[in-house]
Write a new protein. Sequence first.
Length: 426
Amino acid sequence: MALSIRAPRGIKDVLPPDATRFESILKDAEDILALGGFRKILLPLFESTALFARSIGGATDIVEKEMYTFLDKGGDQFSLRPEGTASLLRAAIEHHLVDPSRLVRLYYSGPMFRHERPQAGRLRQFYQTGAEILGPLSPMDDVDLIALIHRMAVSFRIPGSSLLLNNMGCPVCRPAYRERLVDYLNAHAEELCETCRKRTVQNPLRVLDCKVPSCQGVLEAAPRIADSLCPKSREHFRRVREGLDGLGIPYVLSHRLVRGLDYYTETTFEFVSDALGAQSTWAAGGRYDGLAGELGGPDVPGIGFAAGVERLWLLREKAGTLPDPESHPVRITIFAMDPAGQIPALALVGRLRQEGIPAAGHFSAGKIKGAFRQAERDGALFLGILGEDEIRSKTVQVKNLETGDQTPWPLDDIKALAEMIRKTGA
Ligand SMILES: [Zn+2]
Ligand SMILES: [Zn+2]
């Protein structure tokens, strides 16, 4: 019978042994964040839709067309989280972790959901790990956070990685820039693509993001935010660059790096790599100084980033730094040759597990050939055989599947057997 129900489009199952490698990749990234003094927070998979509309921005692609939104049975509107920052801020404010007098550093990991085009290779459920710092921030905190991501690039040997940097101004200087940009875009509307013309009205900064070749000339020549920064933003930008220079972290100034979310202010950055064909972003973030206040919390600055775990996987694969898959997830498979051996086999796997040895049973009797195949499928290092003779002599025949050596072990001394299994192939 053909399987009629399949995974939704754009959803990827992660099978063994990749699932454990995937978790190792997550953990490697989290370990670096933990070294940076960040503490883990577990966030819900869905939130009130209003949270995302208010933080990410109602006119962004994410909120306009990419969220999975539903009414629950009580008639309330929720959305699966399309990113982590909004949830993290909501939780940090709700539980009074945000304090104008001290910094709080938090990180999260998990799946995010966006209704994107699977044909473009985009997943609709994808994993991110991200971190945020909230409180009385210095521009040096921007540098410190970027340095942690740089640390990931170095430690995972991300091939072809570079850091793009920009400053998007603040509520003082951005409105004037926005106006200059809109004037310019309107004057060149005929040379721009459909999307650009639409965005000129709805979200003009996003126009700078356009990748359509025929738009590039106009956009490269567009007014630059750097020329419109107020003294405070200019100073912020200068100090961030000074900090990065001081640490010897290379970067490329990118005046068209605006990110797609409304909440960014001042520093924005992306870590990109050209190792996967077209230049792709593997981590990105920036400052969002007004967001905590906007969401009803203390009016403190914030900065954060998120890294795409699937991208990290591909880049580490390219670099040859993928974590090893676990060898022998099952150390021993126990085979009951006939029904009389089934209960002793059950008891034996139980005692081995108690000794910390991953053990699986093959209880359905049958031919020894089937038992070997099962042990191979389990990834076992040993096959334990319980036949009539073994039951009578209270032993188990243990065969090393790599060397072919076979030895009887007394069933009343499982500790010795466990010790031998532990030592072999460790
Ligand atoms: Zn400013
Ligand atoms: Zn365009």
